[in-house]
Design a protein around this ligand. Structure first.
Ligand SMILES: NC(=O)C1=CN([C@@H]2O[C@H](COP(=O)(O)OP(=O)(O)OC[C@H]3O[C@@H](n4cnc5c(N)ncnc54)[C@H](O)[C@@H]3O)[C@@H](O)[C@H]2O)C=CC1
Ligand SMILES: O=C([O-])CC(=O)C(=O)O
Length: 337
């Protein structure tokens, strides 16, 4: 029995993500909330045969929070793709002005109504919106470091797909993205040079030229989609797939006895497991691999074998992340910095 609430469910990510969740038989209840059209999306999805209860909620007025609260009641997992996406020429940080308040207000209600729920933040800029979520939950006294995630799974999907293509191009050999999954991961943050792909022994297959173009494509994959969509938004279908991969693992961890391997952007300093000094001495948030159980993150499992190049990338990532994390914290506590 798992209840999932999707906030921003009528959007470009929210709709396909809700569709995928509708098809998961372990989800007993799916609550969709949006400021527009969530009831319409829920009605549409309700025609797909399922034993799952599905409901749609939207505010009845500008100040109405009762519908949001009803959607969040008894939620085990809250997924947040609410907020504006990029247009060409914008960075993810340009979204902060609008999305920071959206995430803060939604997480505030989640902290009040379902304080034990897992919180999965998709809204950008993830490097800053997750610190906002954490600080908001702290102010309510309900923060649990094992249960708050920035969803960076799309960086891992891109790495698996683009590396598979790069290996084919460089060696003529076929290594499927599924074979690479788990063996290569993306750590760091979720924007440009904060994204650090860790290639393990697969790097040996690539010339420095192929490596550099792979690195660029993983770090700036989001820009590629924004440009191709020509002002009509950013990644939605790949993101819904990524979001579903992450959330379905959470569901697995919640409903079974198995411990699942995942990667997400977390506040790691209060979690068990070792993180290298270069990270731990400079930031408290990083996208990291971990073991996931019923109660959330059980253990950070930092990759053992980073190359010199990857260690260098990590130093760059940490530097940029510092400011982006501070921006999120400062938004909730303007006087703290
Ligand atoms: N973490 C990641 O890897 C990725 C994150 N994103 C981010 O996800 C966010 C959503 O992207 P899209 O779905 O493409 O945007 P969209 O504009 O298609 O959908 C966003 C939805 O949020 C709703 N919304 C706005 N304010 C709300 C509020 N206060 N409460 C509830 N719903 C609200 C809107 O009505 C809309 O339906 C963006 O910030 C985007 O940058 C996008 C791709 C990847
Ligand atoms: O690039 C964007 O704005 C959306 C995003 O986070 C991604 O595609 O990785």
């Amino acid at each position: 029995m798992v209840k999932i609430t999707v906030l921003g469910a009528a959007g470009g990510i929210g709709q396909p993500l809700s569709l995928l969740l509708r098809l998961n038989s372990k989800v007993s209840e799916l609550a969709l909330f949006d400021i527009v059209n969530a009831q319409g999306v829920a009605t549409d999805l309700s025609h797909i045969p399922s034993t799952q209860k599905i409901t749609g909620y939207g505010p009845k007025s500008k100040t109405d929070i009762t519908q949001l609260q009803a959607a969040l009641k008894d939620a085990d997992i809250v997924v947040i793709p609410a907020g504006i996406p990029r247009k060409p020429g914008m960075t993810r940080n340009d979204l902060f002005k609008i999305n920071a308040s959206i995430v803060k207000s939604l997480v505030h209600q989640a902290g009040l109504i379902c304080p034990n729920a897992f919180i999965c933040v998709i809204s950008n800029p993830v490097n800053s919106t997750v610190p906002i979520a954490v600080e908001e939950l702290k102010t309510l006294g309900v923060y649990n470091p094992s249960k708050v995630f920035g969803v960076t799974t799309l960086d891992n999907l891109r790495l698996e797909e683009f590396l598979s293509l790069s290996i084919k191009r460089a060696t003529g050999k076929t290594v499927t993205p599924a074979e690479l999954r788990g063996d290569v991961i993306s750590i760091g943050g979720h924007s440009g040079s904060t994204i650090v792909p860790v290639l393990n022994s697969w790097a040996r297959n690539l010339s420095s030229e192929v490596y550099d173009s792979l690195l660029h494509r993983v770090q700036y994959g989001g820009d590629e989609v924004v440009k191709a969509k020509q002002g009509r938004g950013s990644a939605t279908l790949s993101m819904a797939t990524a979001g579903y991969r992450f959330v379905s693992h959470l569901i697995e961890a919640l409903t079974g006895d198995s411990v699942v391997d995942e990667v997400a952007y977390v506040k790691f300093d209060e979690l068990p497991g070792q993180v290298p000094d270069i990270v731990a001495d400079n930031v408290s948030y990083f996208s990291l691999p971990f073991k996931l159980g019923k109660t959330g993150v059980k253990l950070i499992t930092f990759p053992h074998s980073l190359s010199d190049k990857e260690t260098g990338l990590m130093a760059v990532a940490v530097n940029q992340l510092k400011d982006e994390i501070a921006r999120g914290v400062n938004f909730v506590h303007p006087s703290k910095l």
